[in-house]
Design a protein around this ligand. Structure first.
Ligand SMILES: NC(=O)c1ccc[n+]([C@@H]2O[C@H](COP(=O)([O-])OP(=O)(O)OC[C@H]3O[C@@H](n4cnc5c(N)ncnc54)[C@H](OP(=O)(O)O)[C@@H]3O)[C@@H](O)[C@H]2O)c1
Length: 298
């Protein structure tokens, strides 16, 4: 099997919080696996490994990964020491396979490599060499870079070492700062995952993360811009949550949008969000709101 960006499903289910909230975790993991959305995004570090473990338990209950389902994961730094060299990458991948009860993965990302420099990651014995070896040996079909620091992501993408990139909170109704990442990735025929189309929840009206955008406090200017978006949507009878998702879905350089789904209710609501018709009038009105204020992530 080879990894083919053009055959990715437009929506990937994100599981950062799976295992962090107390209610219905096994039920949610079963439902994520049984849902019509074929791709699930997790990571070695999410909920201290519980996200992968809950998915693996669900895979076990299902008698194996259901046909057509794929799970993407990420290698992470050592949780206590921050070590993130080639050996840590291999160990992280072993932990992931064990928890997920799988023997290989279609895609494995280098996740948030903030404890090492770019040079260290690319050096012999470093994280990228180990990931490349896993791909060469057939343990994974493709390798990606998944992170939030724009310049760092651009650098990893430009290295030509990766097949995929996951950027988050940088291509939304109120943030276009992934523009160069999208351009660099398109030039290299890389698969692009755009995560957090709701900026962590605020664009969907979720109060879970409070008045934050991209996990950081939103400035008064950004909150005012988001308020204007809500008013525009309400005036035109548009569901802003659906529009926030579809803003990402309609961008041709993005292959799949990773949406955080942390309850059965949100999962059940997801098909509606993808199917709701958003009028051209709304997209024009968004354009007329002008350039969004700077993101708290830049
Ligand atoms: N470095 C990385 O690799 C990286 C970084 C960030 C994200 N990601 C991936 O991307 C995924 C998504 O990121 P994210 O969860 O931070 O951001 P997000 O998808 O922008 O926002 C998720 C939040 O949106 C809310 N939401 C979802 N569906 C909704 C609906 N129908 N109506 C109202 N609110 C709704 C949920 O609120 P409630 O909590 O109220 O349900 C949820 O907490 C993650 O799970 C992860 O897989 C990866």
């Amino acid at each position: 099997m080879t990894f083919d960006a053009d055959h990715l499903a437009p929506v990937t289910l994100g599981t950062t919080v799976l295992g962090k909230r107390e209610s219905a975790n096994p039920e949610l993991a079963d439902a994520l696996l049984a849902s019509p959305f074929p791709q699930i995004d997790t990571s070695n570090v999410y909920a201290a490994g519980q996200s992968e473990k809950l998915l693996g338990d669900a895979i076990g209950r299902a008698g194996g990964l259901p046909a057509g389902k794929t799970v993407f994961s990420k290698v992470d730094q050592h949780p206590e020491t921050g070590r993130f060299d080639g050996d840590r990458v291999l160990r992280s991948f072993e932990e992931t396979l064990e928890r997920l009860r799988l023997d290989r993965l279609p895609l494995l990302h280098l996740h948030d490599p903030y404890t090492i420099t770019f040079a260290e990651a690319m050096a012999p014995g470093g994280a990228v060499e180990a990931l490349t070896r896993l791909r060469d040996e057939g343990a994974v079909d493709a390798i990606g870079i998944a992170a939030g620091t724009r310049e760092l992501v651009e650098r990893y993408v430009s290295s030509d070492a990766f097949d995929a990139v996951l950027t988050h909170n940088r291509y939304t109704l109120v943030d276009r700062s992934a523009e160069r990442i999208l351009q660099l990735a398109a030039e290299r025929d890389m698969a692009v995952f755009n995560a957090a189309p709701f900026g962590g929840g605020i664009l969907a009206g979720s109060q879970t993360r409070g008045a934050t955008y991209g996990y950081r406090p939103a400035s008064p200017e950004l909150l005012a811009f988001i308020e204007r978006l809500h008013t525009t949507a309400a005036d035109l009878g548009v569901d802003l949550t659906a529009a926030a998702l579809q803003f990402s879905l309609r961008e041709p350089r993005i292959h799949s949008t990773v949406v955080g789904i942390y309850s059965l209710e949100r999962l059940q609501d997801l098909p509606r969000l993808t199917e709701t018709q958003i009028t051209e009038e709304f997209w024009s009105a968004v354009g007329e709101l002008g350039t969004p204020p700077p993101s708290p992530n830049d």
